[in-house]
Design a protein around this ligand. Structure first.
Ligand SMILES: [Zn+2]
Length: 86
């Protein structure tokens, strides 16, 4: 955020489009820990990605779907925390 580079892959900041893509990857269990941290960081201070309501609907639907096969309790906890801050 403190430079004028267009390559945001080098910084800690990710864009809104990245955030949404990563969110889905995360819910599919395909995101590494470092990216998850960046995603959480972005969502916790960005209000542009989703409306809160939209976010809740998306996440609830995804978590319910994936919990049938993998029961990601940790994921659900983190998502709930994220939504509390949202
Ligand atoms: Zn955003």
């Amino acid at each position: 955020m403190n430079n004028n580079s267009h390559d945001h892959k080098n910084g800690d900041e990710i864009g809104c489009l990245d955030a949404i893509e990563w969110l889905y990857a995360w819910l599919d269990g395909e995101l590494d820990e470092q990216s998850v941290s960046q995603l959480e960081q972005h969502i916790s201070h960005c209000r542009s990605c989703f409306s809160r309501r939209q976010m809740e609907l998306e996440l609830t639907a995804r978590v319910e779907k994936s919990s049938k096969s993998r029961a990601p309790g940790i994921l659900q906890d983190r998502l709930r925390k994220l939504m509390d801050e949202f």
